[in-house]
Design a protein around this ligand. Sequence first.
Ligand code: CS2
Ligand code: MG
Length: 403
Amino acid sequence: MKIVEARVIVTCPGRNLVTLKIVTDEGIYGIGDATLNGRELAVVAYLEEHVLPALIGRDAHRIEDIWQYLYRGAYWRRGPVTMTAIAAVDVALWDIKAKAANMPLYQLLGGKSRERVMVYGHATGKDIEGCLDEVARHVELGYKAVRVQCGVPGIATTYGVAKRSGERYEPADSDLPAEHVWDTAKYLNYVPKLFAAVRERFGDDLHILHDVHHRLTPIEAGRLGKAVEPYNLFWLEDCTPAENQQSFRLIRQHTTTPLAVGEVFNSIHDCRELIQEQLIDYIRTTLVHAGGITHVRRIADFAALFQVRTGFHGATDLSPVCMGAALHFDTWVPNFGIQEHMPHEARIDEVFPHAYRFEDGHFTPGETPGHGVDIDEDLARQYPYKRASLPVNRLEDGTLWHW
Ligand SMILES: O=C(O)[C@@H](O)[C@@H](O)[C@H](O)[C@H](O)CO
Ligand SMILES: [Mg+2]
């Protein structure tokens, strides 16, 4: 089955999303998500100039060989742009293979390990009260697990908190990066009260998650982990930047709060020590930023040896194509933990018709052959690309900080 065409579709139905479509001589096509938030056109150029011309004429069934060709062959290994481009090709080829086999993708991976996939939703509020109302709304919708984020008194804007209640936050919300101001002391004094309030109102059964978004030092992360132990968090996410994997040793020495890391990783080498030394509990790689199914499967299998489970990234800046592929992966992967879910707005769901369904706090990927997500190209064309940037973070004295 030869690849006869490969093209990139950029659309902005509320936010920028990049899709790769690979077409074969048998008429079967597959799609992959190539969206790298805030750096979208870098991946488009990488694909169009360096990858797609080399795919034409290749056998679409040779997924592994094509992966190695793009990874080893490039000489310049790893990095988010390269690994997102490789992932887009990989996911599109798995989609093709599963369609050719007339099977939903999870069957090709090894079949179902579970009946349904637990997801966590996002509750955010300007303050603790506002956040509790949003948690209540999620509980009513059926969510069994909720990520809770709230604004902090004295800090004007906090990333990950929606501007108005009931809305989602948008990671890339301005043409050029917005500047936020951060104060660790205020955050550390306030945020444990949020979890105390959630437990008091919703009891012990609800799974509570929290994302620190890399803003603490390792010892501060240890302090936070210890302070929130009474509230039994499902996980504390990205409590410090993870380039220095060893730094998590320090955090581990201070707390039993489970730790999750990995949405900015793009290779198994980014998390090798974290996993091997059992410094984390959940690996959060993004399926479409870490080389696609072919590579993320290696990460998950490696993690299983050390009882580290998956908890994949699923923010709205990843398209429904990523969500669909991730849900098939989650249905198969033996060491599944949880899947992030931020609902896309209606326009995005219209551009990307999909088979996955939400019910009672869980998703099922559907039984459509392939990953079950398609793109309406005519509709996609109606929404041209619009530059959008992620914010930056500064301390009150102006020092540029992690965000
Ligand atoms: O856990 C998450 O979903 C967040 O950290 C994301 O909002 C992340 O910041 C964005 O996906 C970045 O593009
Ligand atoms: Mg995160």
